[in-house]
Write a protein that binds this ligand. Structure first.
Ligand code: 1HE
Length: 262
């Protein structure tokens, strides 16, 4: 899949998924979404963790505005039947699928590009990263889950500011507003994301599944229901993998936590 709109490579347990339309700043067209869906589904089958990145000098310039214009002017026909919003479906496959995603962000991470980034579970940015929601300038609105996901990540105050003013946030502000958890020198986001993914891949796949599927749902629940869902999942974390990992610790064979400090 390496000459296509989205590249896919398997490195051990880690799938590397790259937006590959650098001449258009990795803008998301319908064809890109379809290619991304295929890559994500393949990663679900083959990998324990996935890394999402952009080829070229940007992560993603968001919605393909030329295609959006063609659609708005009737040059591209809408589908005969309504279906679940394509972007929501594919971004949900990332956010609520079976494996964690780490996003490596650089250059423009704007509009739908930021919505895609926030579907990932861990985000690394390099010093060139610029985060923005310029929908107001384009006369459109977020449509890739941003009202839900970006608002939860940065909070209402920051998202309102980003959408109303269209101001771009640099890497340091992105860190401050929890868009990224790590900032690295220019050109090193992908390497750092791969390092983090390798670390995540050492966890039990079952615990990783619970982390990415239970945490966001508990966030949507009341205190009591959250504790209940936690209890149900906590009770699930049993053999065979848990038993083996617990035994390794009890037998003194498990890696010591201090080695994870860096
Ligand atoms: C594009 C797109 C695009 C670039 N759709 N073609 N997104 C935006 O409003 C961002 C629009 N893009 C930009 O502001 C800039 O392109 C960048 C800051 C990302 C990069 O700047 P630069 O100077 O490196 O590139 P460029 O010269 O502006 O663009 C290079 C080419 O990419 C050019 O095409 P060319 O054929 O003239 O070479 C651009 O037209 C093309 N290009 N961005 C289509 N987005 C479901 S709701 C989600 C709503 C949104 O995502 S809103 C945000 C939309």
């Amino acid at each position: 899949m390496n000459d296509s709109l989205v590249t896919y490579e398997l490195d051990g347990a880690i799938a590397l998924i790259g937006l590959n339309r650098p001449d258009k700043r990795n803008a998301i067209s319908d064809a890109v979404i379809d290619a991304l869906r295929a890559a994500v589904l393949r990663a679900h089958e083959e990998a324990d963790v996935a890394v999402l990145f952009g080829h070229g000098s940007n992560f993603c310039a968001g919605l393909d505005l030329a295609e959006a214009l063609a659609r708005a002017t009737g040059q591209v026909k809408p589908p005969r039947k309504r279906r679940r919003h394509n972007w929501h479906e594919v971004f949900d496959l990332i956010a609520r699928g079976p494996i964690p995603f780490v996003a490596a962000l650089h250059g423009a991470v704007v509009g739908g590009g930021l919505e895609l980034a926030t579907a990932a579970h861990l985000r690394v940015g390099d010093e060139t990263a610029l985060f923005g929601l310029p929908e107001g300038q384009r006369g459109i609105f977020v449509g890739g889950g941003g009202t839900v996901r970006i608002q939860r990540v940065v909070g209402t105050t920051v998202m309102m500011d980003m959408m109303l003013t269209g101001r771009l946030l640099g890497a340091a502000e992105g860190l401050q507003e929890h868009i990224v958890r790590y900032v690295v020198p220019a050109g090193q986001a992908l390497a750092k994301a791969r390092e983090l993914a390798a670390r995540v891949a050492k966890n039990s796949v079952e615990t990783n599944w619970m982390i990415i599927n239970v945490l966001p749902r508990v966030n949507d629940l009341s205190h009591d229901d959250g504790l209940f869902l936690e209890q149900l999942n906590s009770a699930r974390a049993r053999p065979p993998e848990a038993e083996q990992r617990l035994r390794e610790f009890v037998d003194g064979k498990a890696k010591r936590l201090q080695e994870n400090q860096a």
